[in-house]
Design a protein around this ligand. Structure first.
Ligand code: ADP
Ligand code: MG
Length: 734
């Protein structure tokens, strides 16, 4: 057995548990050993029974004097009762609903018990303690120490994991090869791998647990840094066509715009255009709040590329957005003599300079042909543009906005082939896989592998620590100001008592001809019968279907109301969005699917239910959906959670309009797990917080740079190299 041995071959893990482990993504010994606890229960307070104190957590040890399970008929519950004794005294034990305990623990057994001392009608007892039989020479695993608690998964208890991990760790004791360079271990005084692994699962002290965590946190970030830095270096070696910055052309375009560019737009455009001049591929992310005007900046890049003789692919996450971009591109580039293609599921379109600037429908076949022979200057579409044939497209894990039925829209494309693709623009996406990029490179004018430049755009602000880690392979451009003249959106938390009043207000806005979004956290109402509160402590979550029923039947029976959610077929979604854009629908009840990029200038009210369910940055994005046409607009927040934390968070939203600040706050309050893309890196929960630690981030970045300067190919570090291979699989499988 070695680290790469699959879990099937580990003794004592049967098929049922193999399946459960695989659900967690654990397939090998290595992955099991690196499945870390997310916290510890401190059961190290081992005391004589005479010293127990009410309400304190402690561990006692003794002999079982009696043990029995009874059933209470009233509450239909099993209660196991026992008494244990040591030299100093005896104490009662109570377990609830674990009748099997009487099969495991017998009279006269010696046991360790860890739990809370409680007092009730029958006096003092140890409440539901963890137990462990005592044998001479046996190490404690579940009691009497810092006990690891693993992230909760159905059917995989921490108790079981402890048992398996203890066995595995003993087997591999001192046999695991060091993964970090010796130099770094010395410099940072880290625990060596064998000790660290042991201490992270079964720490001897809090201090050692922390030291182990420190090492592994460093290690996780260190790999990420190595990976992104190498990715950068690798891309730097690839060749692209240099696209000259055509100043006259750019000036002409800017002058043709119906508005004045903001300084931030100019600066970003300049960075992009300068980057395009290089003969190595650009890999840049353009970040800017909703409505900050990213599209026009992208179009400037596209125009330069086209006039340099290159083709441009412009990809949007949904068909509606692709069409929106097609219209915008057509409008803004009307006077630049171009051929523009729109590739969608059903109706492909073509805007041709020869056809007196008309938009015509075109067959897929013709469109593909024109793309291959270079006649199309800019082709706009969804990810269908790059999907390879035969393979059903996976849902994009970054945002999950792609439709399940998307395969239908890509059925025809065997991966669109471009004649001379020079620039790829991705809207509302962060990253583009190596695989996807490679697919686009094929068929590139027969030249030795040329890689297109890449510009991604996102409205999701990326906090600094994340920009330096998981997004570290990208260059960033920021649009950090909104165009002048936008009215400030009035944001309010609405007291539930004022719901009726709010509906009246909405009615008034609609009378003025405006439109309204209502956002709910869920599609369908949860199981109400249990009446249970969920982990976050609130009972009821507003659901789109219910709200839609309520609003259309009871509140606004006279108005036109539409419903939008991710489970609808994309055709239905398209239709409802189109109806909303064309004012056929006055109120749109939706889940967060509406978050991505849609432009409805006439909407002035964004009403959000269950506000506490969303991240601040996400709420900020919802808010950005209104107030685009100069009408005073409103963002009205409803919440069912009275928690202080919620109020604190919402306060930030009321006082700040800075998406970046809100994202940093999200990161502090909710942790990095919520941020797009973090999950893909497979960072253990225990280590997630390191992604918010700028000092650690910088330290690991420097360490990675040092190693790469000394040995760019990592020839001396084969084990590091192997680790990075694992990352590559993970990140680029999307
Ligand atoms: P986003 O960054 O959210 O993608 P868009 O590119 O869709 O934003 O721009 C939002 C709207 O603002 C569009 O209608 C666009 O034409 C307009 N716009 C872009 N830049 C400016 C500007 N500098 N001044 C005024 N309006 C602008
Ligand atoms: Mg946009």
């Amino acid at each position: 057995m070695d680290l790469s041995t699959s879990i099937e071959k580990i003794p004592r893990i049967g098929p049922v548990f193999q399946k459960r482990l695989k659900k967690l993504g654990i397939k090998t010994v290595q992955e099991l050993l690196f499945h870390f606890p997310h916290r510890y229960e401190d059961f190290s307070n081992l005391i004589p029974i005479s010293k127990v104190k009410i309400n304190e957590i402690c561990t006692v040890q003794g002999k079982i004097l009696e043990i029995k399970t009874i059933r209470t008929w009233k509450r239909r519950m099993f209660i196991t009762q026992a008494i244990i004794e040591d030299e100093t005294g005896a104490i009662k034990i109570t377990w609830f609903n674990q009748p099997y305990l009487t099969k495991i623990l017998k009279k006269d057994d010696y046991v360790f018990l860890s739990g809370k001392v409680t007092t009730g009608a029958d006096g003092v007892y140890l409440n539901n303690p963890a137990y462990e039989k005592a044998f001479p020479g046996k190490d404690l695993v579940h009691t009497g120490r810092l006990v690891p608690i693993y992230p909760e998964t159905e059917g995989l208890s921490s108790r079981w994991l402890r048992y398996i991990l203890k066995t595995l760790l003993s087997y591999f004791k001192n046999k695991i090869l060091e993964t970090l360079p010796e130099k770094i271990i010395k410099k940072e005084r880290f625990l060596p791998i064998n000790k660290a692994l042991w201490q992270i699962h079964f720490p001897e002290s809090e201090n050692l647990a922390e030291k182990a965590q420190e090492r592994f946190s460093f290690e996780e970030l260190f790999y990420i840094e190595l990976f992104v830095l190498r990715e950068r270096a690798r891309l730097n070696k690839e060749k692209s066509v240099s696209i000259p910055f055509n100043i006259d052309l750019t000036k002409r375009f800017v002058d043709s715009l119906p508005f004045k560019l903001t300084d931030a737009q100019r600066k970003s455009a300049y960075q992009i255009l300068k980057d395009l001049e290089k003969s190595r591929p650009m890999n840049r992310l353009l970040e800017g709040d909703v409505g900050s005007g990213k599209t026009v900046v992208a179009i400037m890049a596209a125009l330069n590329a086209i006039k340099a003789g290159e083709q441009v692919a412009f990809m949007a996450p949904t068909e509606i957005l692709a069409k929106q971009h097609f219209q915008e591109v057509e409008k803004l580039l009307k006077h630049f003599n171009l051929n523009i293609g729109l590739l969608t599921g059903k109706q492909d379109q073509f805007y041709s300079k020869k056809l007196k600037n008309q938009v015509i429908e075109i067959s897929r076949e013709k469109l593909l042909k024109k793309t291959l022979n270079g006649e199309i200057d800019i082709l706009i579409g969804t990810q269908a543009l790059i999907s390879a044939g035969g393979r059903k497209d996976k849902v994009n894990p970054v945002r999950g906005y792609q439709d399940k039925d998307k395969a239908q829209s890509s059925q025809t494309s065997n991966g669109v082939k471009f004649g001379k693709l020079g620039l790829v623009i991705l809207d509302e996406q962060h990253r583009f896989g190596v695989e996807q990029r490679a697919r686009l490179c094929r068929g590139y004018g027969g030249q030795a592998k040329l890689v297109p430049h890449l510009l991604s755009m996102t409205a999701t602000p990326i906090p600094r620590t994340l920009a330096l880690t998981i997004y570290g392979d990208l260059d960033l451009s920021l649009i950090d100001e909104l165009p002048k003249g936008r009215k400030k959106i009035i944001t309010k938390v609405i007291n539930p008592k004022e719901r009726e009043k709010t509906y009246e207000f909405i009615r008034k806005e609609i009378k003025k001809g405006r439109q309204v979004f209502v956002i709910c956290p869920r599609i369908e109402a949860g199981n109400k019968t249990t009446g249970k509160k969920d982990v976050l402590g609130w009972a009821e979550v507003k659901a789109v279907k219910e709200e839609y029923e309520k609003l259309s039947k009871m509140v606004f029976p006279d108005l036109k109301i539409g419903m939008l959610h991710g489970k609808m077929a994309s055709k239905e979604k398209e239709k409802i969005m189109k109806d909303f854009k064309n004012k056929k629908v006055q109120i749109l009840v939706s889940t967060s699917v509406v978050e991505v990029g849609i432009d409805v200038p006439n909407a002035t009210v964004m009403m959000i239910e269950g506000t506490e369910r969303f991240g601040l940055a996400q709420l900020h994005q919802f808010r950005g959906r209104v107030g685009r046409a100069g009408y005073q607009s409103y963002c009205l927040l409803f919440t069912e959670s009275p928690a202080r934390k919620t109020k604190q968070r919402l306060k930030a939203l009321l006082t700040s309009e800075d998406g970046f600040k809100l994202a940093e706050k999200d990161l502090k309050i909710r942790g990095p797990g919520d941020f797009a893309g973090t999950r893909q890196w497979g960072i253990p929960d225990l280590m997630m917080d390191s992604l918010t630690d700028i000092r650690l981030v910088e330290k690991t970045r420097n360490a990675a740079k040092e190693i790469l300067t000394e040995d760019p190919q990592l020839k001396k570090y084969p084990r590091l190299l192997a680790k990075l291979g694992r990352f590559r699989e993970r990140i680029h499988l999307e």
